[in-house]
Write a protein of this length. Structure first.
Length: 267
């Protein structure tokens, strides 16, 4: 597998370009409204089916985001973090294990995911506070003091939200982040393999698709993400594509993965 970072989007092969060009039919408005209304139910069912087994523990987070160490002014400084969209804790628990000087707030859309986090043997109310929250409408200030968080992680979360509502999430997070501190972002980038695999009839809008289980996924361009954050008052520190090729040896397949990895600061 190789990895490269940069500002240019992935270039499609002629076959891929043709497939995307043909796929223009959008899911009906009726079904789109139903998906929006049932978004929480669909994520809850996802966690019911997959329990805590679907995602691997993300031990890469501290490696990729050195900021978790860099944002300390002195070595043992206690950090307060918010993991917005924590799922079942695959990112949260490795972090708490690796770094004893962290207090974490964590929230998720799915009540079931929040229950799984609370059932984890590593869960301790002294080190974290987990709560259910729809980031597009539930005020984070009900659970977190204003201007109190050093780092917010937003990892594979925004893509699951309707593009028209993404700004509401950023507005909400802004209120609890300390001035001068950052949001660390990682999510699906334009032309990622997952985007190219959608069958005809899955398209909800530009770069926005629905999976068979009713959960949705948006694929970001660097420009779109930049505008989204800047419109809510953030300053851009880093914003770039991460392109890698994953090799499936069993099926002898090379799969292009594209992510957007970014860091935005509250002035």
């Amino acid at each position: 597998a190789f990895q490269k970072k940069g500002h240019s989007a992935r270039i499609l092969s002629p076959e891929e370009a043709e497939k995307l060009a043909k796929d223009q039919v959008l899911v009906s408005e009726f079904k789109q409204l139903k998906l929006e209304k049932e978004a929480q139910k669909n994520w809850d069912l996802f966690y019911k089916r997959n329990s805590t087994n679907f995602f691997k523990d993300r031990h890469w987070t501290t490696r990729e985001f050195q900021e978790l160490k860099a944002c300390r002014e002195f070595a043992d400084q206690k950090l307060t973090i918010l993991e917005a969209g924590c799922g079942v804790g695959n990112c949260l628990f490795p972090l708490l294990e690796e770094d004893l000087n962290i207090f974490a707030y964590a929230c998720d859309f799915s009540p079931r995911a929040v229950e799984y986090v609370k059932q984890n043997p590593l869960y301790s109310t002294e080190r974290c506070k987990v709560f259910q929250c729809d980031l597009t409408k539930d005020d984070l200030l009900e659970n977190i003091p204003a201007d109190s968080v050093d780092v917010v992680t937003l990892i594979f979360v925004l893509s699951a939200i309707h593009p028209d509502k993404m700004h509401l999430v950023l507005k909400n997070i802004y209120k609890v982040l300390k001035p001068g501190k950052c949001v660390l972002f990682r999510d699906y980038g334009l032309y990622d393999h997952a985007m190219l695999r959608f069958k005809s009839g899955s398209k909800l809008g530009e770069s926005f698709y629905v999976r068979q289980d009713g959960t949705r996924s948006y694929f970001f361009t660097e420009e779109f993400l930049s505008q989204l954050f800047k419109a809510e008052g953030y300053e851009q520190v880093v914003n770039e594509y991460v392109q890698r090729e994953t090799v499936n040896r069993k099926e002898d397949l090379r799969v292009p993965r594209v992510f957007l990895q970014s860091k935005f600061q509250k002035p």
